[in-house]
Design a protein around this ligand. Structure first.
Ligand code: SF4
Ligand code: SF4
Length: 110
């Protein structure tokens, strides 16, 4: 993001950093997250998920500002952002998503 002028409190502001967690198999390849990320952190990958779609991937390390826009805009709850340097939060997102997907699979069988 570029400012049209330098904010007066620029030296006092600490820019937050985030870590992106992508639940690839939930993705339907709509590219909303890629399109709207204000820092152009994401791109669609060449890989396929289990549904045959290309999920996004992080292409610029260290630039995510943890704004959570990708998370809010994703229609399939396939991408999340947590504060950088918090492996517990990353693990929590992955394990909760796995539990939810398992529950959904079981519900679909009943
Ligand atoms: S949290 Fe914000 S800056 Fe980080 S990848 Fe998502 S949209 Fe981009
Ligand atoms: S917004 Fe969600 S479903 Fe769309 S490409 Fe990104 S992760 Fe996949």
């Amino acid at each position: 993001m570029r400012y049209w002028r330098k904010p007066l409190d620029f030296d006092q502001v600490t820019v937050p950093r985030g870590e992106v967690v992508i639940i690839a198999d939930r993705c339907k390849g709509c590219a909303f997250c890629v399109e709207y990320c204000p820092k152009d952190v994401l791109a669609m990958s060449e890989a396929f998920n289990v549904k045959g779609y290309h999920p996004p991937e992080v292409v610029v390390d260290g630039e995510c500002v943890n704004c959570n826009l990708c998370e809010m805009i994703c229609p399939d709850f396939a991408i999340f952002c947590v504060p950088a340097g918090d492996p517990v939060a990353v693990e929590a997102v992955i394990s909760i998503a796995a539990e939810e997907d398992k529950f959904a699979e079981e519900e679909a069988l009943n």
